[in-house]
Design a protein around this ligand. Sequence first.
Ligand code: AMP
Ligand code: GLY
Length: 424
Amino acid sequence: MKVLVVGGGGREHALVWKIAQSPKVSNIYCAPGNAGISEQATVVPIKASDLNGLLDFALKEAIDFTVVGPEDPLTQGIVDLFESKGLFIFGANKKAAEIEGSKAFAKELMKKYRIPTAVYEIFDQRSEAVGYIRKQGAPIVVKADGLAAGKGVIICKTVEEAIQSVDQIMVEKIFGEAGRRVVIEEYLVGEEASFLAFTDGKVILPMASSQDHKPIFDGDEGPNTGGMGAYSPAPVVTEEVHERIIEKILRPLIYGLKEEGKTYKGVLYAGLMIHEGHPKVLEFNARFGDPETQPVLMRMKGDIIPILEACMKGTLSQHRIEWDPRPCVCVVMASKGYPGDYERGKVIKGLKEISRMEGLFVFHAGTGLKDGELITNGGRVLGVTGLGEDIPRAIERTYQAVKKISWEGVHYRTDIGQKALCWL
Ligand code: AMP
Ligand code: GLY
């Protein structure tokens, strides 16, 4: 079987790495891929947002199965486009992907189907948004409705800051059209977790839980990023919490989407805030998380291809997943300046030394090759991912490897996984 993976980050490297282990797969292509991916797949220089370019390639190469990583092609309708040409593709279709593409849509759906989430209101007028903020008081959260590359959420400690945020989003339009509407919601306290599940629109097959680390600096300080590291499992997701996530969140969501004529097939990602054992939804994504996918797939046993296929064919009830009981930690190594403007083209050193470490894999995100040397080519550059007998040993092994890798201006958090230690 010939498989095409769409995207070029750490998540896609993890997908390529996992898919390459399938005995069903003969060739893997990745568009646009990165330097690390090129060791396991044929990389094709087509952007993930170039739907027609991807379609032409899949038709020309007679690709049997396409797996989509990022949200942009999903919300633009890549699944609908490929299916209309008779191609087999994994991912949410355009209508279903709206749960990520529009926060307002996701919130209205949650309200209608009684899915626990922060209390909120949606506004397309600045004056009304400001009135609501004054009435509610702070802390309060201001969110741009549309996709804003993970940056459209502003946590405001004061009323003034919240009003300023509304002005930035609605008047200055710092997120462009994504800020035509804003969602203003209650500030939730608790511990966050990411919960990913496969679904064929009927059956929910959960993946192991995980926890992301969004802020750039240790101790969750500084601006939010796409994610600076993750670990799996997340101890905050106890068995009881797991049950609540399935029964109170995922099941009503799948049911609700079907009722609304948006049958959901693919992978569902729930970003959760868990307080005293009760999960509330922060956001839904219509895709695998990045970097959560790296530790989650490192722990997944068996062949991923039949599961991806079953999601789209509606036969997921026939599948189970076994998980490696060992915890896994992923530390993201980033370029100086990220998540703002960052440097590129720095030579990466030390990778060869760790390539033989057992239970450890370095997923590439923003890397490239220049004159045969591996260089940085993105904000998030590498995801060093290690398994351990327990979480302290997974942390230790992963940081042992991280410390051997370097480039000029490298930045990483030194506290990935520490929150899990509090549960020991
Ligand atoms: P989102 O993209 O909606 O997941 O938001 C990004 C981050 O902002 C989340 O991972 C949380 O850390 C934080 N956040 C979002 N919504 C809330 C909320 N209602 N209360 C507290 N923190 C939030
Ligand atoms: N790591 C957060 C996300 O993938 O949205």
